[in-house]
Design a protein around this ligand. Structure first.
Ligand SMILES: Nc1nc2c(c(=O)[nH]1)N[C@H]1C(S)=C(S)[C@@H](COP(=O)(O)OP(=O)(O)OC[C@H]3O[C@@H](n4cnc5c(N)ncnc54)[C@H](O)[C@@H]3O)O[C@H]1N2
Ligand code: MOO
Length: 390
């Protein structure tokens, strides 16, 4: 058995970042920017008013002064003339400042009478002008790689980037295995259950910027599994679920090897997730997950998501760890690194007492995995533990 860290290092060496493609801006959210992009224009492109009011020369700003209103500047419709001393232009938020002006008085601070305004006794000192290029200048870059958030999309739009170079979405083929499984919505026979973790993993993959291909359930015989491996052949990563342990019907490794699997490792000193397997099969990386529903999902967080991040060009890093303060005592840990379902709230970290790797209801209640190193000594309320937020 190898350590979690060693297994993750092996898995990283099985995958490489995907190439890039161009997508329309509307489809770029959540994608990873593949290379830096440069602004095609300056924003704002002109000195712009930040308020509704009157544009004038700063040198004319004095309490009680009266000025002539000689025109209007609105957003999208500037004032084309020159503004002289003693004159001003009615202006609205977003409009370009007319020539001869460098200051905006908000309308609340003037009294208007026909074509005249008089500044009141407390002209605001701020110029209310947004300088040209104050947000960004033409040629300014948005750095890559980065997973594009809605705020990045807004910035790209303002930069007039209509087409965005992004990393291709890795395709992850997910193979659930077992004679006992049927798909959700089907009628299970008396000895059957519903395939669940395959759906959870597909949701995890899709939510993290890759594409999940949920293949038909492979039965516990070589012919069925071989056929399903063939369907998965073009995927960047093949994830099998179940059939990984030592039982007579656990045939995933044997069939994968017949299909050319070059195994990198088998079995990890962790709980849950011990019978984990990694390797390459044809042009795909392969991650063989244990079948227990929680084991597969925990391995998804600890191994599959970091692999996907590397494939998306986001580098090699384990799942983000934070710390939490334990709200109760906890018994010592056994020889395997234990990823324990728990819940962090304002009252601290509660590690659940039921940790059987079949209990999806407990996983659903959890919002974190508390990490116990091998042979971790008993912990007391108030101790700090590392956690992965779910
Ligand atoms: N003698 C030993 N037995 C077991 C060992 C061991 O070391 N010695 N390890 C145990 C551990 S730990 C795990 S984890 C499981 C892993 O077994 P497999 O990967 O071979 O998984 P299966 O036997 O196929 O299934 C286990 C369990 O999970 C259910 N399952 C499988 N796939 C799905 C799915 N897609 N959705 C929902 N549930 C699924 C399956 O019905 C079984 O109940 O082995 C232990 N045994
Ligand atoms: O290691 Mo198994 O993955 O406990 O359930």
């Amino acid at each position: 058995m190898i350590t979690v860290a060693d297994a993750l290092a092996e898995l990283f060496s099985l995958v490489t970042p995907c190439d890039s493609e161009i997508v329309p801006l509307r489809l770029a959210a959540g994608r990873v920017l593949a290379q830096p992009v440069s602004a095609k224009r300056t924003q704002p492109p002109f000195d712009a008013s930040a308020m509704d009011g009157y544009a004038l020369a700063r040198t004319d700003v004095r309490a009680g002064v009266t000025l002539s209103v000689i025109g209007e500047a609105a957003a999208g419709h500037g004032f084309r003339g020159d503004v002289a001393t003693g004159e001003c232009v009615r202006i609205f938020t977003g409009a370009p400042l007319p020539k001869g002006t460098d200051h905006v008085i908000v309308q609340e601070n003037v009294t208007r009478d026909g074509d005249k305004i008089t500044l009141d006794n407390s002209p605001n000192d701020s110029s209310h002008v947004r300088a040209a290029g104050g947000d960004f200048k033409e040629g300014a870059t948005l750095s890559a790689p980065r997973q594009l958030r809605p705020s990045d999309i807004a910035l790209l739009a303002a930069m007039n980037i209509a087409e965005v170079p992004v990393v291709r979405k890795p395709v992850v083929a997910i193979i659930a295995t077992g004679d006992e499984l049927v798909q959700p919505g089907e009628n299970p026979g008396p000895d059957q259950i519903i395939a669940s973790n395959s759906y959870g993993l597909a949701a995890m993959v899709d939510a993290h910027g890759a594409t999940a291909r949920l293949l038909p359930i492979a039965r516990d015989n070589a012919a069925s599994l071989e056929l399903t491996f063939d369907l998965a052949a073009s995927a960047d990563l093949i994830v099998t679920i179940g059939g990984a342990s030592v039982g007579d019907h656990d045939i995933v490794a044997q069939v994968a090897e017949a299909k050319g699997l070059q195994r990198a490792f088998y079995k990890v000193a962790m709980r849950p997730g011990k019978p984990l397997m990694g390797g390459r099969i044809g042009t795909s990386a392969m991650l063989g997950l244990p079948g227990n529903p929680v084991s597969a999902m925990v391995c998804g967080h600890v191994f599959l998501l970091p692999m996907l991040r590397k494939m998306l060009g986001l580098g090699e890093a384990p799942a983000l760890q934070e710390t939490a303060i334990l709200s109760h005592d906890l018994a010592e840990n056994g020889p395997r690194e234990h990823y324990m379902r728990g819940r962090v709230t304002d009252d601290g970290l509660q590690v659940f007492s039921r940790q059987d790797s079949a209990l999806l209801s407990v996983l659903s209640e959890a919002n974190c995995l508390a990490i116990r190193p091998p042979h971790d000594h008993a912990r007391r309320a108030g101790d700090t533990l590392e956690i992965i937020k779910l």
